[in-house]
Design a binder for this molecule. Structure first.
Ligand SMILES: [Zn+2]
Length: 236
């Protein structure tokens, strides 16, 4: 990795040669600059371009680093901490009754280690909710005579930049664990989106035609989800 000084800051950058026509720049998650350039372009010219784009690079980098700082801290699972489920807020409260339960605005946690009990409970809640949303998506597709594979496996895991994914070859749909924080109609929209990928693997017009036929208010739900993304991932 090389370094370049822009606006008084030393910034690492990686230069990769590719079979492309133009020089492409972007800021990576760690704040370093990634440059891809055609083989014939001298490095001195690449550096010149970086200096010419200084204002843009510094602005983009600062915005990215600021967003990362604003990302919500990981949960500590302590009394009084707020959790969000299906769009509603719950405050963690330790109680004597065994187990975990969401009641009113409280997430009640009985005796034991809340760091283990609460995540296990959230996982179970996710399984139920994602299963329900998947069932709805399946029913809506079948009602429109769209064929679906049998025995689709549902999974949930932490995902950084997506709400869900579909692997048609493996007959598997995966939901982001953070999706459980969003309102239920949004979760249904993600299930609908992922299940529609069993018919079209891409995001073509044909794919959206299926989606909108099965869920006419898909776009409205997706819009809410987009706002949720900022709230959840950037704490905005
Ligand atoms: Zn998709």
């Amino acid at each position: 990795m090389d370094e370049i000084v822009l606006g008084g800051q030393t910034i690492p950058f990686t230069l990769v040669r590719k079979r492309i026509k133009n020089i492409n720049l972007h800021i990576q998650k760690d704040g370093s600059i990634f440059v891809s350039a055609p083989a014939r372009v001298p490095k001195a010219y690449v550096l010149q371009v970086l200096h010419e784009k200084e204002a843009f690079l510094l602005r983009t980098r600062e915005a990215l680093l600021r967003r990362q700082q604003q990302a919500p801290p990981p949960k500590a699972f302590v009394e009084g901490e707020t959790f969000r489920l299906l769009g509603r807020f719950y405050t963690l409260k330790r109680v004597r009754t065994p187990g975990v339960a969401a009641e009113g605005g409280a997430l009640l946690c009985g005796p034991g280690d809340p760091k283990k009990l609460v995540p296990a409970w959230l996982r179970k809640a996710g399984e139920c909710v994602f299963q329900k949303a998947a069932n709805t998506a399946r029913e809506r597709l079948l009602a429109q005579q769209f064929p679906l594979p049998e025995g689709v496996q549902l999974r949930q895991r932490r995902m950084v930049s997506r709400w869900g994914s579909c692997n048609p070859a493996r007959k598997a749909v995966t939901f982001s664990t953070r999706l459980l924080e969003t309102p239920y109609p949004c979760i249904e929209a993600v299930a609908m989106h992922e299940f529609s990928h069993f018919l079209h693997a891409d995001h073509s017009k044909a794919f959206y035609a299926v989606l909108e036929r099965c869920m006419p208010d898909y776009r409205a739900r997706a819009k809410i989800l987009c706002e949720e993304a900022y709230r959840i991932f950037y704490n905005e």
